[in-house]
Design a protein around this ligand. Sequence first.
Ligand code: PHE
Length: 372
Amino acid sequence: MNDTTHENDRPQAPAREQAAEGGAEERARSEVRAFLLEEMREEAVRDMEYVTDSRTFYEVKMKYLGRAGRVTALLKRLKDVVAEERPALGKKINDLRVKLEEGFAVVEERIRRQEMAHRLAEERVDVTMPGRRRRQGTLHPVTRVRDLLIDVFVGMGFEIFEGPEIETDYYNFTALNTPADHPARDMQDTFYLNDRLLLRTQTSAGQIRLMEKKKPPIKMLSPGRVFRSDDDATHSPMFHQMEGLVVDKGITLCDLQGMLDEFARVVFGKGSKTRLRPSYFPFTEPSVEVDVSCHACGGKGCALCKGTGWIEVLGAGMVNRRVLENCGVDPDEYTGFAFGMGIERIAMLKYGINNIKLLTENDVRFLEQFRD
Ligand code: PHE
């Protein structure tokens, strides 16, 4: 294979004659070549057996048939063989190439099947398996009632206003016509932070903050947390209130009751009625307690309403003229009403919850019952 011939020195005699003349040496050389090619084929077949994945397959295939592969190298060196031997040798090398290609095709198919089987096993999806249930949370009853109230009153044109939870004595009491020595301060056990600051005991503080900022007409709805040092089955040191305030020319108690009737129907059911009872709050005059007809017995009298047919749900009244004055609103020009309700209380009545603690313990078994 090492003979080097140059175009010009090549003998011009026909190949067959040349081979005959070459004799024994020529045959020997060709046998050696055949042997070496057979060696290479066997080696390749052995290599193929060790191919386990497409990466090694590619490496082994390139080792023989790649551009820098061994068979390719043989084909390239063919030009260095004497012309007479070239066709026969070329054919042999080519046969080897074809055989190896066939062999690699078989290996490739084997690897492809293996890898496919592997992937199928690994990515197997059992379509008959029941789907995984997604656990869905529920809205807290206090959130539900708050959202419901917001829907009702925003539907009537109220705007949401939220005041701070840490309030000054002035906004929580004094401006609401409850000066320091006023006995009504005892109605609410206040958490004081210092002489001036406290945790607001009522969302009514928001009335003042809003009226200082905005001139009538006003239709404010103010939801929020309030705090009182109070703790039993129906009172908790933190609870939520919803405050309402309407100030405009010619507002009367009738307007209040009209809106509350609508509120009662949405929250407690279509047949609900309201009734106003005289009461007292320093910041309203007159003041009323608002009762809603008992939704459990329809007003006939039952355990829930203690036989009266009515349930007290909120406090309200006409805004005291002193409060309007404190905010720079002329009480001879404008009148207004305000109401405030405890959201927990409404939720407890609506859903029949008998202990306010259930609303803060957040036991999921309790909360999961509030689904649509
Ligand atoms: N702020 C009062 C309370 O917490 C409720 C109320 C609000 C009464 C507005 C009248 C007008 O008890």
